[in-house]
Design a protein around this ligand. Structure first.
Ligand code: BG6
Length: 478
């Protein structure tokens, strides 16, 4: 690993902060998503959030209360030697509805303090401008990203951040997992569909608006401070063909293009040639202003960030068993095991994905999410033996090292949910990713106490040795 390799961890405002209406914060999309059997459909935009039941539980409202505990939490994280800490800014803490002329000073102060606290411990903040976080007012009054007006609301917000945190924050991500708009259209981009609309048309038009907004924000960030580094962000994990049947291979190529479409535009600066085929097949006619193409061409990203949890698999044959694959549908791959939540575990897939991305874009890659969601058990004396997590991370970090040997330029590696937080897919607390346990159950009941897991000391050692030493512990193995 390079000497300045950015080791650390990541969280997102909506999954950690809680305090969902405190200090002037407005409602955002994830505040409307309950932990119920309707959750997935609401996130997808297939049914409206208005169908929630009266006694539904909304996990983001409390989350892990990071809003109040960030000082203690950052101190703990810093003990592992983090070089980088990724979080998102809640748009609705800065502009509660999205349309205000002036930002909310308490929101700005909160993040200013938080970033200063990171700096105090030598942790470089990496900030996601929008992580599943569209203000509800903009959803209701403007139709969110369906509407071109959103570009202006987003830019006003982004400009405020670049100016207010100028010099404090250098690394920015414009949209978390931008390709998720195609799958979780409501939670990802605030989209709701009415019966007269073509769902595909709406999604791709909204995506176009996001892409233009992302490019303009990149331009702005560079103008405000030439040291700013702006990245796009992909929910990554290549699709494998289920077999060498050319039909399977062709389908895998198509599925991969569905995601790479976004990064092709953000990194290469133009709509890829194959988008013509996608639009024809789905009968999509985009409204693109002439200047949009210049904006996209002239303002490409500095780095490509990605989340990686699993690879995916596709087959031309129907009736194959499916499994969860972080938002996307996938066929079960018979060669690899799965987590308790059915996400298949494939470290080599990370090496493959990194190679594919680097071959395609030749820009530095930043793994800003990777990890294992698992159930943890607190034993006597508050001991949490999360060897399964250590094993997962160890194999994935090894894959990163292998990819670097292959010639890939990787600037950093952040684990997801470095402190336990609310799961985006299920809303559960019991799907834990952290090195630090948070004593809360799926309904937010518990002391909220923080407990270091076994993986805490392990990751500390990994960082200390710049990834050289991945052994569990001297007494435990190899
Ligand atoms: C990514 C998201 O898709 O996966 C995170 O950016 C999310 O917000 C993470 O939490 C893990 O997924 P989950 O559903 O296990 O929380």
């Amino acid at each position: 690993m390079k000497d300045n390799f950015l080791w650390g961890g990541a969280i997102a405002a909506n999954q950690a902060e809680g305090a969902y209406l405190e200090d002037g914060k407005g409602l955002s999309v994830m505040d409307m998503v309950p932990m119920s059997e309707q959750r997935v459909k609401i996130k997808q935009g297939k049914i409206s959030y208005k169908n929630c039941k009266q006694n539904d539980y909304f996990p983001t409202h409390k989350a892990i209360d990071f809003y109040h505990s960030y000082k203690e939490d950052l101190k703990l994280l810093s003990e592992m030697g983090f070089k980088c800490f990724r979080t998102s800014i809640a748009w609705t803490r800065i502009y509660p509805t999205g349309i205000e002329e002036k930002p909310n000073e308490s929101g700005l102060q909160y993040y200013r303090d938080l970033f200063k606290e990171c700096k105090k411990y030598g942790m470089e903040p990496l900030v996601t401008i929008s992580h599943f976080d569209v203000p509800m007012y903009l959803v209701e009054k403007y139709g969110s990203w369906k509407n071109r007006e959103m570009i202006n609301f987003y830019l006003k917000y982004a400009k405020t951040l670049f100016e207010e945190f100028n010099g404090l924050v250098k690394y920015w991500i414009t949209f978390n997992e931008i390709n998720v708009i195609l799958h979780n259209s409501f939670s990802g981009a605030g989209l709701l569909f009415n019966d007269e609309e073509s769902v595909e048309q709406v999604k791709y038009q909204a995506a176009h608006h996001e892409l233009v907004a992302s490019a303009l924000a990149t331009k702005l960030a560079h103008e405000i401070n030439e040291n700013n580094q702006v990245g796009c962000m992909l929910a990554a994990g290549d699709y494998y063909p289920y077999s060498c049947n050319p039909e399977d291979v062709f389908l895998a190529m198509k599925k991969n293009r569905e995601s790479y479409f976004f990064i092709d535009i953000q990194s290469n600066g133009e709509y890829p040639s194959y988008s013509k085929g996608i639009f024809e097949e789905k009968n999509i006619k985009l409204e693109i202003k002439e200047e949009d193409l210049n904006i996209l061409r002239d303002n490409t990203v500095d780095f490509i960030s990605l989340s990686y949890y699993t690879s995916r698999c596709v087959s031309a044959e129907q009736n194959k068993e499916e499994n969860e694959a972080n938002v996307m549908r996938s066929i079960k791959n018979p060669f690899i095991k799965a987590s308790d939540w059915g996400w298949q575990i494939d470290p080599l897939g990370l090496r493959i994905t990194l190679n594919t991305l680097y071959d395609r874009y030749r820009k530095p890659l930043f793994i800003v999410e990777n990890g294992l969601g698992a159930k943890d058990i607190v034993q006597k004396n508050k001991i949490i033996n999360d060897d399964y997590r250590i094993q997962y991370l160890k194999e994935h970090i090894q894959a990163v090292k292998d990819a670097i040997k292959d010639g890939v330029d990787v600037m950093g590696y952040l684990t997801w949910g470095c402190i336990d937080l609310v799961a985006a897919s299920t809303g559960q607390m019991s799907k834990r990713y952290g090195f630090i346990y948070v004593d809360l159950d799926d309904y937010g009941v518990g002391t909220g106490q923080r407990i270091k897991k076994k993986s805490f000391d392990w990751y500390k050692k990994v960082i200390e040795t710049n990834g050289e030493d991945l052994c569990l512990f001297p007494n435990y193995e190899n």
